[in-house]
Design a protein around this ligand. Sequence first.
Ligand code: ADP
Ligand code: MG
Length: 461
Amino acid sequence: MQDPGQVVLAQSAVQLDVDGVLEVRFAVGLPACGRRIDGPGAVDLLTERVPALVSSTLLNGAHDPDEVERCAATNEDADHLRSALAARGLVAFIADGSSLPRRSGIGDQPLDPEEAIAFLSPGSMRVRIETPNRGPVTGMGIPEGLTLIVGGGFHGKSTLLRAIQSGVWNHEPDDGRSLVVTRDDAVKVRAEDGRSVSGVDISPFITDLPGGEATTAFSSSNASGSTSQAAAIVEALECGSRLLLVDEDTSATNFMIRDHRMQELIPSSGEPITPFLDRVEELRDDHGVSTVLVLGGSGDYLDAADLVLRMDGYRPYDITIQAHATAKAVPTGRTAGARGPLTLSDSREIDWSRVQPGRGRRAVNVKSPDDRTLIFGRDTIDLAALEQLVGRAQIRAIGLALAWTSRSHPAARMPDALDMIMKALGDGLDTFDDSKTGELAAFRRYEIAAVLNRLRALRVG
Ligand code: ADP
Ligand code: MG
């Protein structure tokens, strides 16, 4: 995946001209530049380390022009494809020939080309989009609405969804997914046992908890699978997403389905959960929310689906017609319906006095020790379930942006605060970084909201 930290290097390079040589120091050790120069102490800083850094990164001759051109062209084409989605009523595009699988579950390296089966779109879903550098590109367009990705286990369903969820970012030319693009409001939502939740209205999905706890402003320091997944959906919609990505592998079963037999056995008065199945059409029809859902274990969603895609041997097939015929021939027998209409709220107000980045004598204690953790003030925020985060540089940038926001008389309403942060981001990542140490990567409003929503000290009104 492309590290947006490269942008920061370019920024620091500009500062070299404007502010003088000391600014270059900040670029030393940037992993993004790939030219870390180690030397004993700072004595040789100006005589050796800085000149070596400048000649190996900032000067034109340090770079292979063809490689620079290829990276720029790849980015431009991906941006172009992504911007072409909305007008075509698409939420994602996967180019033919893409290589989606990764070498391992923990890294982002592509699987060896000899082992990977290249993506090939089904004829009924094939679209052709012009790009500025490659000319026309063909591939599979996923339309707005409810799309199911079904198929047997190990046939590549989750791999396809992971490519879609990372398609909100551009990739490096050799990633295999550089022409996989997704509408940039896509949010992967999943169950996340144990996360903290602060004042979220999960009542569209969960009401009447046995303890009598209200769910219109639900808070928990240890949410369950279903309450955490409900909160993730409501939070994504609160900050403007209209595209949810869901995988059965990372979902709470009781949040996703409740079949006929279980409806018979446990009356709805004894079940606090309205499963996603009973809200998914309402989300689409009344609120314009599209969903791409990976599902191998339950056919109860077939009736509601606009498109059913089968993964078979890592190849997608459009089986919508058969799926609808099956749904008709084999009724679920379940009673559909939710308790009352779903209303989306965006009125949560953040108590920014609780978002404290300092610790002891440090005014800003923000660290990203690994790619799944943010240390923010006295809190350690577990980000392991945020699958769309791209790494430490982005996590650090989010931490610094939250620290900057807490000092800037921010708007209280979550969407207004996010607007303010994204506007500041438009001036460059250095806005958030008093020390100008670099190593920051850009983020979307959804990442910043997701991190803030997991801060255990967060309180909302
Ligand atoms: P599912 O979600 O359908 O159970 P996964 O997406 O987890 O399946 O894929 C199962 C395995 O197949 C994974 O190890 C994955 O890397 C591999 N895989 C997925 N897509 C491809 C492909 N196009 N070519 C080769 N291997 C693939
Ligand atoms: Mg899977």
